[in-house]
Design a protein around this ligand. Structure first.
Ligand SMILES: Cc1cc2nc3c(=O)[nH]c(=O)nc-3n(C[C@H](O)[C@H](O)[C@H](O)COP(=O)(O)OP(=O)(O)OC[C@H]3O[C@@H](n4cnc5c(N)ncnc54)[C@H](O)[C@@H]3O)c2cc1C
Length: 692
């Protein structure tokens, strides 16, 4: 039975319910462990009450009500999370954001859209597409996930290499916390710390996002997609790295391992066999046709994972890559031309695989119930590492999962510094088997130097592994949580468990090695003394044929702390790992991989609160015969916002010489590095805005 009560912030009635059916639907998200438990009759805990606020004021009213009744609060987007972050809490108040689903304001010239958090990703993209725009955020779950959930779980979409992960698109946010409204990013009040990186990935444990300001881009004039076959994974990784490090920023770059290449509907040659069936359904079909096996459909493939993984391992090493570029016609043509020599080791499969993938990019299977009811489970795990650690990470995690289940992988989020790996697996057994698989896989990822999650967030599934990854930096989280949620009411116990001992931190770097302590030439990353003047850092790098990709105007430590996300081009990450020491001697090093979603981004907050010992920053190779370029951004010519990186502050970034063709394709003019300061286009005071 639905009831209403008067909100504490006014006389509006706040829709709410204590109906059991309503509450049962909010017991869980899409964490497969809970599906497995439910197939065995175990239900997750039930909340006590649900409210459906329509605006920030009603969210505040709900928080006041939770305060008055002493209830824990769980924000709920669309419940598509796969790690249990939104799952049930006995006696909790659920703030379900479904009714906060409006687009509030579009500023087409500034290229921003202001939205409520409960808006579904697909609805936002449809609304923008009618106006010739898009966010470019395209997770497979786009039809059943919300923008608030993207921010809270640090989501990444299929076009992340060109448009960034959701963190990169989020320019500002308001979060309603028990202590009041936190205004972050571009909305941060002057003189206050910008908490946006810490709000992203906070998984409902700080407060409730009530408004978000998201960057938008024009719909691409041209979309180019093609498939390539490589002899093995290593040769394909080399090409992927080459494309990203040449500054080409593909819109799609998806590599399938040998098994996935053979089973995937996009990369299999078209014909009667290409029916798009999954690994399990193909095996089921085989079993059904075999007399006596029909009753053991799931037992057959899942009960002997070691044997099947070994058999699949003999299928051959050839792998398929889908590559895409999109944007203005001339830019795409320039990128395709520049990519050709980097793809030399590959066999061209033509446009078919890319077009098939694009057509089916959101066709996720919702038909897993028979697997679970048959005593099996299926799940996915996404990890990431620098390019230099990618092979070790892949082999270690694959072996760990392979001891318990059937496993295959693809690689779909690539950056100049590294790449993520997405493992799909299926197994058979009780919860203990599922838990053992995950424990082994998470441990293998950590030991291989990767992040334990690239874009699915943390939840109870990865809470301990994420806390171990953050080490003493968890103190920074606790300090901020204590300020905005002093009673610990928001999604309690999520993210970093209170009872977990702090992981030991690294020793200080050897000062004699400074100002450049170490260089990872494969991943193009340098570990640098954060207090050294940039001129000293540049000189030390130059002696190794390298240069900083960013152009700090002071020592890197204070420069990085001063950077505001909305002032940088968020596609390009100015900092990778950071290491800092607290007053009591404890140290933390965080940032093992590009775009980790192992909780919030604590890097800048850590640099502000502890003594910085080391920062790891992107570098580029220097060819003295081909000096770096700066772009004179003349809005009357081309639109410099099509450029990556950094259209807003091009004076801070040096462009790869090979990008000349791209810059020229956009009709922009070039100036020698060091000369004039260039500016991105500014919004005129009379620029049109659209409000809903
Ligand atoms: C089939 C399938 C495919 C998927 N593909 C992808 C993919 O390609 N890329 C990807 O990144 N993820 C993917 N996911 C995972 C999932 O869609 C993302 O984690 C998504 O960000 C969750 O959004 P949601 O609205 O469903 O959030 P929920 O699951 O409802 O919540 C997730 C977390 O965010 C918190 N939260 C939600 N809304 C708010 C808010 N307004 N304020 C504060 N906290 C909030 C919740 O408390 C919870 O901790 C997939 C999931 C499925 C089932």
């Amino acid at each position: 039975m639905a009831i209403g009560y008067r909100g504490a912030m006014g006389d509006a009635s706040l829709p709410c319910s204590t109906d059991r059916l309503e509450l049962d639907a909010l017991r869980r998200d899409l964490w497969p462990r809970q599906t497995l438990a439910m197939a065995r009759g175990e239900l997750p805990p039930a909340p006590a009450e649900v409210v459906w606020p329509r605006d920030a004021g009603e969210v505040r009213a709900a928080l006041d009500r939770a305060q008055a009744t002493g209830r824990a609060v769980v924000p709920y987007g669309a419940g598509s999370g796969v790690c249990g972050a939104a799952s049930g809490r006995e006696g909790a108040l659920v703030i379900d954001l479904k009714r906060m689903n409006r687009v509030l304001e579009l500023d087409a010239e500034a290229r921003t859209v202001r939205v409520q958090p409960g808006l579904l990703g697909q609805h936002l993209e449809d609304w923008l597409a009618r106006r010739g725009l898009m966010c470019g955020h395209s997770p497979s779950s786009i039809a059943c996930s919300t923008v608030g959930g993207y921010a809270a779980a640090r989501s990444a979409g299929q076009f992340s290499s060109r448009y960034g992960v959701f963190d990169d698109m989020l320019l500002a946010a308001n979060l309603e916390a028990p202590s009041g409204t936190v205004r972050a990013g571009a909305w941060t009040p002057r003189g206050q710390e910008d908490l946006l990186p810490v709000l992203c990935g906070s998984e409902g444990a700080l407060g409730v996002f009530s408004e978000l300001l998201i960057r938008v881009v024009p719909l691409p004039e041209r979309r180019w997609l093609r498939g390539y076959a490589f002899p093995n994974l290593v040769s394909a990784w080399t090409a992927m790295r080459g494309l990203l490090q040449a500054g080409l920023w593909p819109s799609v770059i998806r590599l399938y391992d040998p098994l996935d290449t053979r089973l995937n509907r996009s990369t299999r040659p078209p014909g009667p066999a290409a029916t798009g069936r999954s690994l399990l359904s193909r095996m089921h079909a085989l079993a059904r046709r075999t007399p006596g096996l029909g009753a053991h459909l799931t037992d057959l493939p899942l009960a002997m994972p070691g044997l099947l993984n070994a058999v699949f391992g003999t299928l051959g090493s050839e792998v398929a890559l889908i590559l895409g570029f999109e944007g203005p016609e001339a830019l795409v043509a320039a990128q395709v031309e520049l990519a050709a020599p980097i793809l030399e080791a590959a066999r061209d499969l033509g446009p078919g695989p890319g077009e098939r993938w694009f057509q089916h990019r959101h066709s996720v299977s919702y038909k897993l119930a028979p697997v679970f009811l048959g005593g099996g489970f299926a799940d996915t795990m996404e990890v990431a590492a620098t390019w230099s650690r990618l092979e070790g990470l892949h082999d270690a995690v694959r072996a760990a999962i392979g001891r318990h289940g059937l496993v295959m992988a693809h690689f779909s989020h690539a950056y100049p510094e590294g790449c993520s790996i997405y493992f799909s697996f299926a197994g058979k057994g009780e919860l203990a088997t599922y838990d053992a698989l995950w424990q082994d896989a998470l441990q293998a990822a950590a030991e291989a130097g990767g992040t334990v999650t690239h874009h699915h967030g943390v939840g109870p599934l990865k809470a301990r592994a994420a806390a171990a990854e953050a080490g003493a930096a968890v103190r920074v989280w606790r300090e901020i949580k204590g300020q905005v949620d002093p009673d610990g009411r928001m999604n309690p116990g999520r993210l970093f468990p209170d009872d977990q001992p702090e992981a030991p931190g690294p020793p200080p770097p050897d000062p004699d090695l400074g100002p450049v302590f170490a260089v990872d030439e494969t991943s193009l990353l340098a570990e640098v003394d954060p207090a050294a003047p940039p001129s000293q850092v540049e000189a030390a790098l130059r002696s190794r044929g390298l240069a900083l990709r960013l152009r700090p105007d002071r020592a890197l430590g204070p420069w990085l702390v001063a950077q505001r996300r909305e002032a940088l081009d968020s596609w390009e990450c100015p900092v990778f790992a950071v290491q800092a020491r607290f007053q009591d001697g404890a140290s933390a090093r965080i940032g093992p991989a590009p775009r980790s979603a192992a909780g919030p981004d604590l890097r800048r907050a850590l640099l502000r609160r502890a003594r910085a010992e080391l920062v790891q920053v992107p570098v580029r190779r220097v060819d003295p015969d081909r000096p770096a370029l700066l772009v004179q951004a003349d809005p009357a010519a081309g639109d410099p916002r099509e450029l990556r990186p950094a259209w807003r502050t091009p004076d801070q970034w040096a462009f790869e010489p090979d990008q000349r063709a791209i810059v020229e394709a956009l009709g922009l003019s070039l100036t020698p590095a060091s000369s004039r300061r260039a500016h991105g286009p500014r919004r005129s005071p009379t620029a049109p805005r659209e409000r809903e």
